[in-house]
Design a protein around this ligand. Structure first.
Ligand code: RRO
Length: 310
């Protein structure tokens, strides 16, 4: 199998999945992703304890070379997604993304997952940039360590974390040290680049309504930051912690570069949003063509093998 991966003993027959938040809020969307050629797994929209309508629209906009969003965590509530991942008959792993809007909500949610029959991988989203008045947990290093300490005192199922981009080498060092203290299944990096601003040239107006136009940036614009974060964490994390690379994937070359930086799985948000699920078969074809040209028969042949200038 050329595009295989394994996280927490769970085998993936393909390396692609949706980025949480895109095409995964409803069971109909999740069903469609499960049936899509090229996905090796699917992940749910980040769930809060109860249903949330999210921020007012427009809350997502295409911009040149990417997207800006301030969705505000619209989701159907934990029970809805927990029911889906525990009852759906699927031939691909289903990851459950969760995101409390407070410290204690994160603990409450994970207690509920722990007490459920779900045995798959849960991903704790520590990096939602769009809930007004709620800072991203993962930009507060002390709170992140305290939360993970409290979580791993009771949570025994496979758990990964979704991280925001970092922009300083000391932050890579310090956060990797924290993450290495815990038996994490995976680290997924990056979430959108928080609180960018896009202005419509014709009207001098912002393009999304929430937060005066500020929103998370995704798509091609995010690729250099995404690759840096995948690379930096792969160089620092225990080898037992697998990596999901997210950010800036538009074509097979982008996927190839995520793997060169150390990604085990690659997830796609902005491009999936605008191209739709048939994108996955295209990315797979493009990646396999690059691998064939280079004589690689498996992602194992080049994962993490980025060359630097000596
Ligand atoms: O729902 C959102 O506004 C959102 C979330 Br939870 C997230 O983690 N990342 C993002 O770009 N948007």
């Amino acid at each position: 199998q050329a595009l295989h991966a394994e996280i927490a003993g769970i085998k993936f027959d393909d390396i692609f999945l949706n980025a949480s938040g895109v095409h995964c809020q409803t069971t109909a969307e999740l069903d469609e992703l499960l049936a899509t050629k090229g996905t090796g797994a699917i992940i749910t929209k980040s769930a809060t304890s109860a249903y949330r309508a999210g921020n007012p629209s427009p809350r997502l906009s295409k911009i040149p070379l990417g997207s800006i969003n301030s969705m505000g965590l619209p989701n159907e509530g934990l029970d809805y997604y927990l029911d889906y991942v525990t009852t759906k008959q699927a031939d691909k792993p289903m990851l459950l993304s969760v995101a409390g809007v407070s410290y204690t909500e994160n603990l409450d949610i994970l207690h509920k997952v722990q007490d459920s029959s779900f045995m798959g991988i849960t991903e704790l989203n520590l990096s939602c940039p769009n809930v007004p008045g709620k800072p991203q947990t993962a930009y507060d290093f002390e709170t992140t360590e305290r939360l993970l300490t409290e979580v791993f005192a009771f949570f025994t199922k496979p758990l990964g974390v979704k991280m925001p981009p970092y922009f300083d080498i000391v932050h890579f060092d310090d956060m990797a040290k924290i993450l290495n203290k815990f038996p994490l299944a995976h680290v997924n990096t990056i979430n959108s680049i928080g609180n960018g601003l896009w202005i419509n040239e014709d009207t001098d107006t912002v393009v999304i309504k929430p937060k005066g136009g500020f929103g998370g940036i995704g798509g091609a614009l995010a690729k250099p930051t995404a690759l840096a974060n995948v690379r930096a964490f792969r160089q620092r994390l225990n080898p037992t912690i697998k990596m999901i690379g997210t950010g800036g994937v538009v074509n097979g070359r982008d996927v190839y570069e995520h793997i060169l930086c150390g990604a085990d799985l690659v997830s796609v948000g902005t491009q999936l949003q605008f191209e739709g699920p048939s994108m996955f078969a295209r990315l797979e074809q493009e990646l396999l063509a690059i691998m064939a040209e280079k004589g690689y028969t498996s992602v194992d042949d080049f994962r993490g093998q980025l060359k630097i200038i000596e």
